[in-house]
Write a new protein. Sequence first.
Length: 326
Amino acid sequence: MSTFLPKYLHQEEVVAPEYKDLIFSLPKESGRVASSLYKYQGFWHPVRHLQGIITCQRHFQARGSDFILITTPKSGTTWLKAIVFTLMKRMQYPISQDHPLLSKNPHDLVLFLEHRLYVDNEIPDLSSMNSPRLFATHIPFSSIPKSMKDSRYKLVYLCRNPKDTFVSMWQFCNKLRPQESGTHSLGETFDMFCRGVSMAGPFWDHVLDYWKESRENPHKVLFLKYDDMKENPTVNLRCIAEFLGCPFSNEEEESGMVEEILQLCSFGNLSNLEINRSGKLSSGEDNEAFFRQGKVGDWKNHLTIEMVEKLDQITEQKLSGSGLVL
Ligand code: PAP
């Protein structure tokens, strides 16, 4: 089933007059869901997100107590939002029949800065939010607002192996496209991804910038991989809790809270909830579009041997010497 989302297609119409000169002078390529992607500060963005990024850069006032979840698109953002929301708010919202995750999609509980808060030239008033505030974004490190860089921020960064990231993104783009527009071919989308032309791409530059920052400032950036989280969720959840300054107490450990949070936020549980099977985000997307398979290795069912070789080669070349393996 595909959803008709006019605002994704005709994004140029939402650009505010004061942004037009800047945005429309940028390098442009055809997009997958949005009609075009624009290259800003080294990364490609749909125009609506880009306008949000620039507004956010100009107006977002970070607090030292903020927690920001940063991800490359399709690397498990929905899962990370669910986990960190549940973890941070476990006193306010103990796991029960009334837990917010049972009636809301994680994207409606932890909002993206650039396309849910600073959207369509809006400047939201975030000053009344209680600390610690929790936000999410796909903004590359070079473009995060200065006030964030200057503060004692804590960023949790999540990425995923590029082959599964690409396949997930290709499937997602085709799902969001109007049926009458047809689907994008795997080959064409793959070539663009390899050239770095994808939402918040080049994928490798996005990952590397945060990887370097996590090495230089490990108390500020926690660097996670979806693949590791799938393999060892309990270790990763404890690690997130420590990093955010809300570790599990002995009592919580003994009561099985770690496992309870993971169960609540698991793909099997979230994807089967009525809200995620038939509901929509307040921004219009079908919730079910964010739950496809939730597995590691689906790329084997889609990519040719040549594609795998090419992607592996680019990844090896780009990450060489960084100490990062994806
Ligand atoms: P976004 O960047 O648009 O927010 P994001 O949540 O990062 O999307 O990526 C969606 C992927 O996470 C999907 O992967 P797939 O296409 O390979 O299946 C989706 O299935 C997966 N996902 C969503 N929720 C969970 C979860 N609770 N546990 C594990 N994977 C999940």
